[in-house]
Ligand binder design. Structure first.
Ligand SMILES: [Fe+2]
Ligand SMILES: [Fe+2]
Length: 328
């Protein structure tokens, strides 16, 4: 350093400059469409938003095992049972990848589970509805996994690396889930009038809740704009919902079922479908824990945590023992 150089800033001024440089680097990474990785600096709000979103997503995968898992013991054939078992196990895997992604942000998995059970974090409202017949298994695959695909394919390009990478595998498996559901429904629609009626009844019950999976309308979704600016989300709730409706209507026609919305119609000018008003009061009620099966879902998750605590303790003790052993 030459004698004429101004003295390097120190103390709070230096900290301020360093913070600005980190913020700039973060913004440049986003602008270049590169991924933010766990060791990179990130704003607190970005980290908190991601933890909340990833945790809610993980909880949805795990709670989502219950409505379909209820049918494992009464699947109509060995083939259907094997398919359903594989699907429910996939959902467990999705939950685990996502909890791991949340851990890379400093979250603690046991703490996230506690927050779910205590009602301080949410899961998708769709899984608070009951499954009433085996046709529900098909309709969940077709509509619920179909909506999940619409939501999640853009997340493969999410700005946070571990989340985006988890989504790539999850989406491949969701695609299998959607197809197995649709194939089951096609089979039932070729069956008896009673089977066809079961499919229509299930479609009637799941259609509207599936539209709610995209979240509140953009005008009522205050965090969406920030999430999009951060590249966590890539499309707005309404945009994804519209894409889902446009994708699903022709599939319903091919299947031979009626979607329970008299206002559903194709707008020839835009090629997009108009649809009726969604009951957002119902959405908010269910999301707040007032769904038909909300209490049961959480009670079962709590029982699973408590009944299996000894496995966690034993596995932790085993891991600690091996970690303290000298390496040979
Ligand atoms: Fe899943
Ligand atoms: Fe799935």
């Amino acid at each position: 350093m030459s004698i004429d150089s101004p003295p390097a800033p120190a103390g709070p001024a230096a900290d301020g400059l360093a913070a600005q440089a980190l913020q700039r680097q973060f913004e440049e990474t986003l602008a270049a469409d590169h991924r933010i990785e766990p060791r990179d600096w990130m704003p607190d709000g970005y980290r908190k938003t991601l933890v909340r979103q990833i945790a809610q997503h993980a909880h949805s995968e795990i709670i989502g095992m219950q409505p379909e898992g209820d049918w494992l013991l009464s699947a109509p054939s060995l083939r259907r049972k094997a398919i359903l078992l594989a699907k429910v196990q996939d959902e467990a895997g999705h939950g685990l990848y996502l909890y791991s992604a949340a851990e890379t942000l400093g979250a603690d998995r046991a703490d996230l589970t506690d927050k779910l059970i205590e009602g301080r974090q949410k899961y998708s409202s769709i899984f608070s509805y009951p499954t009433r017949s085996y046709a529900d298994v098909g309709v969940i695959g077709w509509l619920v996994d179909g909506a999940a695909i619409c939501n999640q394919v853009p997340l493969c390009r999410s700005s946070y690396g571990p989340y985006a990478r988890a989504m790539i595998r999850i989406c491949k498996e969701e695609s299998f889930h959607q197809r197995q559901g649709y194939e089951l429904l096609l089979t039932m629609m070729r069956g008896t009038p009673e089977q066809q009626a079961m499919v229509q009844d299930a479609v009637d019950r799941w259609w509207w809740p599936s539209l709610m999976m995209f979240g509140p309308p953009d005008a009522d979704s205050p965090n969406s704009a920030q999430s999009m600016a951060w590249g966590i989300k890539r499309h707005s709730n309404d945009e994804l919902r519209q894409r889902y409706v446009d994708m699903t209507v022709p599939q319903a026609e091919f299947l031979g079922v009626t979607l329970p919305d008299p206002e559903l119609s194709l707008d020839p000018a835009t090629g997009r479908h108009r649809f009726g008003a969604i009951d957002w009061d119902e959405f908010r009620r269910v999301l707040a824990g007032g769904g038909p099966r909300s209490a049961e879902r959480i009670a079962r998750r709590r029982a699973a945590r408590d009944d299996n605590a000894w496995v966690v303790e034993a596995a932790t003790a085993y891991a600690d023992k091996h970690a303290s052993e000298p390496r040979s």
